[in-house]
Design a binder for this molecule. Structure first.
Ligand SMILES: N[C@@H](CCC(=O)N[C@@H](CS)C(=O)NCC(=O)O)C(=O)O
Length: 262
């Protein structure tokens, strides 16, 4: 039996789900209600002590860390291979997976600093403290507090924007030689970076690739794949969509200023 725990809008969940969709692997969806505290219950913490998603359980074996889950899925299941066969090709994929892992705090800071903070700030002072206290990792907890309190002005959100912009620039370079990030075929690198581009797009920050034509065409190709529809359109939430768009439009000038000062 194959199970995947995630909440519908989780970036790292998207990475695992895209991989499973591309491999056409069936699995049981364990959809968690993050806002109801489902990531910090004793039962879930036994599976994932970091109180994050995704978590895969395969025949009773627990796997955490989205990139590890992606490689495990590619290696362990039938379906099209999502990494090249040669050592160098695999090293290139590993580098993109690391890039996505390292870039996650940046994407989180930007998402929270622009949009999610609005929801979090509706909590009472007491609820807010309990909310921060439930984040097990100290660095992550401090970053969350900073972006909720200061928004896009928080240093971690500003550096996040710059880091994401560098990733987009490197994607544009990589796409000069091939249709996908590590070759002519779709692979794990593309699945890992898709949620980043998708989130910026949801935040109406797609102007960040208006001068990056190769990235723009990659994004078109990605959105035409059945896996994109399966994963990104599975849980429709028009209010969230509109909220993301509006929040991104509100900070458009601030983001442009951060980028122009770099
Ligand atoms: N390195 C971990 C990071 C996992 C992670 O941070 N997941 C986020 C979603 S992308 C999460 O569950 N956040 C909990 C929250 O938002 O409260 C992985 O790649 O699996």
């Amino acid at each position: 039996m194959l199970e995947l725990y995630y909440f519908p809008t989780a970036t790292c969940g998207y990475k695992a789900r895209l991989t499973l969709a591309e491999k056409e692997v069936d699995f049981t969806h364990r959809v968690l209600d993050r806002d109801a505290g489902a990531l910090t219950t004793p039962e879930y913490l036994k599976l994932n002590p970091n109180a994050v998603v995704p978590t895969m359980v395969h025949d009773g074996e627990v796997l955490i860390e989205s990139s590890i889950i992606m490689v495990y899925t590619d290696e362990g299941f039938d379906g099209p291979p999502l990494r090249p066969a040669d050592a160098l090709g695999r090293a290139r994929v590993a580098a993109w997976l690391k890039r996505a892992d390292d870039g996650l705090p940046a994407l989180g800071a930007v998402t929270y600093g622009i949009f999610r903070r609005k929801e979090v700030l509706t909590k009472s002072a007491e609820e807010l403290e309990a909310y921060y206290a439930a984040i097990p990792d100290e660095t992550r907890r401090a970053a969350r507090r900073a972006v909720v309190e200061q928004g896009i002005a928080a240093p971690v959100a500003r550096t996040g924007i710059l880091a994401l912009n560098r990733t987009l620039a490197d994607m544009e370079k990589a796409l000069a030689d091939s249709a996908y990030l590590t070759g002519q075929d779709y692979g794990l690198s593309d699945a890992a970076l898709t949620p980043f581009v998708s989130r910026l797009d949801e935040l109406s920050l797609d102007w960040m690739w208006q001068d990056r034509p190769l990235l723009a065409s990659w994004w078109d190709r990605i959105r035409q794949r059945p896996s994109f529809d399966t994963v990104f359109n599975a849980y429709s939430n028009p209010a969230r969509k509109a909220g993301l768009r509006q929040a991104g439009e509100e900070v458009r000038q601030t983001v442009a200023d951060i980028l122009s000062q770099s």
